[in-house]
Unconditional design. Structure first.
Ligand code: SF4
Ligand code: SF4
Length: 141
C-alpha cells in the first residue's frame, strides 16, 4: 500500500474548501488578509495565494511563500506560534496535517538523480583557473 499523501497544493485546496464549507466561489472570493512574508499572524492567512489549488495568486503581493512553507506558517498560526504544539497536533484528519512540519513527506526519501550527482561532482572538482591557484601567487621576498 502506498504511503503517499496528497501534495501540498492539494492539501491546501482541501483545507480551503473545508474553511468555506466546500464553496468554490467563496474560496475564490476569500477576503482573508494575506499574511506578511514569514510572519506569525493569526489574523491573516498564509494559504491565500494557493487557495484555488492552482498556480499562486499574486494579485495581492508578489511575495508568495512556497507551498510547504505556507502550510507550516499557517499551522504555526493555528497553534499560536508554538512549533511544539504543531509537532504534536492531535488533528490527524486535518488536510494540512502531513505537511505541518514544512516538509513534504512524499519527498523524504527522494534521492538525487545520477545526472544531478554528476553535475555536482563536475562543479566541485572543476580545476581552478591558473589565476586562482597558489602556484601563481606572487610571493613577496
Ligand atoms: S485562504 Fe485561508 S481564510 Fe481563505 S479559504 Fe483558505 S484557509 Fe480559509
Ligand atoms: S494540521 Fe494541526 S496545526 Fe495544522 S492547521 Fe491543522 S489542526 Fe492546525
Amino acid at each position: 500500500m502506498s504511503d503517499r499523501v496528497p501534495a501540498p497544493i492539494k492539501a491546501i485546496r482541501t483545507y480551503c474548501l473545508d474553511c468555506t464549507g466546500g464553496n468554490d466561489a467563496e474560496t475564490r472570493r476569500c477576503t482573508a488578509r494575506q499574511a506578511g512574508k514569514g510572519s506569525i499572524d493569526a489574523s491573516a492567512c498564509h494559504l491565500w495565494p494557493w487557495r484555488m489549488g492552482t498556480k499562486a495568486d499574486k494579485s495581492r503581493s508578489n511575495k508568495v511563500p512556497v507551498k510547504s512553507r505556507a502550510v507550516r506558517l499557517e499551522c504555526m498560526n493555528c497553534m499560536g506560534g508554538s512549533s511544539e504544539a504543531v509537532k504534536t497536533c492531535p488533528s490527524a484528519k486535518c488536510a494540512l496535517y502531513p505537511h505541518r512540519l514544512g516538509r513534504n513527506p512524499n519527498q523524504a526519501h527522494r534521492k538525487p538523480s545520477l545526472i544531478s550527482i554528476e553535475k555536482l561532482k563536475a562543479y566541485r572538482f572543476k580545476p581552478k583557473s591558473r589565476a586562482h591557484t597558489t602556484l601563481n601567487k606572487v610571493v613577496e621576498p
